[in-house]
Design a protein around this ligand. Sequence first.
Ligand code: KG4
Ligand code: ZN
Length: 338
Amino acid sequence: MIILGIETSCDDTGVAVVEADSKGCRILSNIVSSQTKVHAPYGGVVPNLAARAHLKNIKPCFERALKEAKNPKIDLIAVTVGPGLIPSLLVGVNFAKALAYAQKIPITGINHIEGHIYANWLLSIQNSKFPILCLVVSGGHTQLILMEGYGKYKLLGETRDDAAGEAFDKTAKLLGLGYPGGPILAQKAKEGNPRAFDFPRPMIRANNFDFSFSGLKTAVLYLVRGLRDSPQSLGTVPISDICASFQQAAIDVLVSKTIRAAKKYKTKTIMLSGGVAANQELRKQLKNEIEKNLPNANFHVPPIKFCGDNAAMIAAVAFYNRKRGQSPLRGLSPSGTI
Ligand code: KG4
Ligand code: ZN
């Protein structure tokens, strides 16, 4: 079957055409139009500006996606219905509904977080062994989800304040690194010493699978302020050391909680996904710790181009939804209702 995916939950307009059958998914096109330039002057996503940009971009993205896919007949439209910014979501949902109505194509609503998880299925993992532990780390979410089977999810823990990506972005902003901060901070961290500053590892020892990143961001703020106020200026401390130390603190918490959850729930597979999964150090260190602590478990992470928001992952959920019932992930009505 041919599925048209539409994703407008935040600041990326995504339209994709995916062909799916018993062998899995093949991406015929996957167009992503980024709004970085629109939001850069504000240092973060402005929801109403995001909605305007989606309105401008969605039709050209749709036309390009169809053209690249060589205009196949669409069997199903899959559109992200949440979680996300309401003004942004409305653009994609209304576009999808109008298209479905005009062309009499069935339509299904998709959970964005489930989309990130299924980015791992885009290049075929047909025989993943359940239970699967999913660490979803994005600009809006940080969640540890136990997937016991197709459509069977249990939320083990999530952030109590900032999401991991949000912490990267805000820390980058306070260091004056620009927008979007996550990838820039990660790049700077490559040249720095991760042990230069002993930042807190919030909730690392807490007896649960929740996270908290706002204290870590504040610790960086206090360090920067202290350096500014002291006779020794911030200029004498390499920013790259602050970046590397911040990044290491965030990774330590993410990796330690993931390993602990995997051991407790005896998971056979661990999957990393979401925008922050593009972070090379996180990918490497999580992989190493899994090999060390859980030698029999498989580790999967999508190629970097599928970590951030895209519509191919949304189409993939729609296909695998057909194999099962509903998707009771918290935060929105189940996939399927629209
Ligand atoms: O999944 P995503 O594209 O959008 C949301 O659903 O939020 O994730 C975007 C987030 C941003 O916070 C961005 O800074 C972060 O992912 N990010 C990174 C890296 N690349 C993107 N964070 C750390 N290191 C990276 N290399
Ligand atoms: Zn996302």
